[in-house]
Design a protein around this ligand. Structure first.
Ligand SMILES: Cc1ncc(COP(=O)(O)O)c(C=O)c1O
Length: 286
């Protein structure tokens, strides 16, 4: 998808959708077509046209919510429609849940919110409990064809693949998430944080364009990159670290750990109010 992000290794960056990241690596894996995110018909059209010219289409890959693009939540029904399109053409559907997964968006996986099951799913980040470097891939049983079962090394044999220490941390994380309803906590705490950020939008409409996101995957879009940068800087000076979207600070992301408390949510919002007040004053005096 255009603006999608899947990582910076050769295959991952090939399907990533940002010129700034891709251009330095060109040429890369060929026969990748990027389409506009959030419009299912774009996927249908791309597959239809590839087939019309005699090409095969292996898979469609997308983030259920685009993270690095600035927390872009697609319209309701988008994932379901893409699922139907993939089924219609016999194309594999891959969801990259590396950022959305493990409870962050209020359900263990974002695809559950729309009741859509991909054929392949990738996951990482919180999978290691925030401390252990581990990522994973899961796919439907019928995709484990005999060739792969007999020769699992075909999928790769990285030095640290299946590392027992990392795997035990991931298993403990899954148990902790289920036992403590971490997805539910993300939902409830996310609503509180979002309400706080929205109150800042109402107070500073000349600075904030939009607050969006689900659970603890939230973003604030500012009216300009300069404003976003100044607010992020003001937050940093007040010990609140946010994430830009790697390319600029027009949109900053709030993706705190699920263990944050109500007090910390209040602190974040009040420190952001201070930072925004400073920026608003500066804008007025210029
Ligand atoms: C959706 C998504 N996919 C993939 C990645 C890259 O994962 P890794 O750092 O494990 O290569 C990221 C990292 O931010 C991501 O947000």
């Amino acid at each position: 998808m255009v603006n999608g992000f899947h990582g910076k290794s050769m295959g991952a960056i090939s399907v990533t959708g940002k010129a700034n990241y891709r251009t330095p690596y060109l040429p890369m894996v060929q026969q990748v077509e990027h389409v506009t995110y959030g419009i299912a018909e774009e996927v249908d059209k791309a597959i239809r046209e590839q087939h019309a010219v005699g090409e095969k289409v292996a898979a469609v890959i997308l983030e259920p919510i685009q993270g690095e693009a600035g927390v872009i939540v697609p319209p309701d029904g988008y994932l379901r429609d893409v699922r139907e399109i993939c089924d219609k053409y016999g194309v594999v559907l891959i969801f990259d849940e590396i950022q959305t997964g493990m409870g962050r968006t209020g359900t263990m996986w974002r695809c559950q919110a729309e009741d859509v099951t991909p054929d392949i799913m990738t996951f990482g980040k919180a999978f290691g409990g925030g401390v252990m470097p581990i990522t994973g891939i899961i796919c439907r049983p019928d995709m484990w064809v005999k060739e792969l079962v007999d020769n699992p090394f075909l999928l790769g044999s990285p030095t640290f693949g299946g590392n027992p220490l990392a795997c035990s941390a991931a298993i403990a994380t899954i148990k902790h998430m289920i036992d403590n309803d971490i997805p539910g906590q993300c939902r409830v705490k996310g609503e509180k944080l979002k309400t706080g950020l929205e109150s800042l939008k109402n107070r500073f409409p000349e600075l904030i364009e939009e607050v969006r996101g689900v659970g603890l995957m939230l973003a604030v879009e500012f009216r300009s990159t300069e404003i976003g940068y100044a607010v992020a800087k003001g937050l940093f000076a007040r010990s609140v670290i946010t994430a830009g979207t790697l390319l600029n600070a027009k949109c900053i992301r709030f993706e705190p750990a699920a263990v944050l408390t109500d007090d910390i949510i209040q602190t974040i919002v009040s420190r952001m109010a201070e930072a925004m007040h400073d920026v608003a004053q500066r804008e007025k005096s210029e």
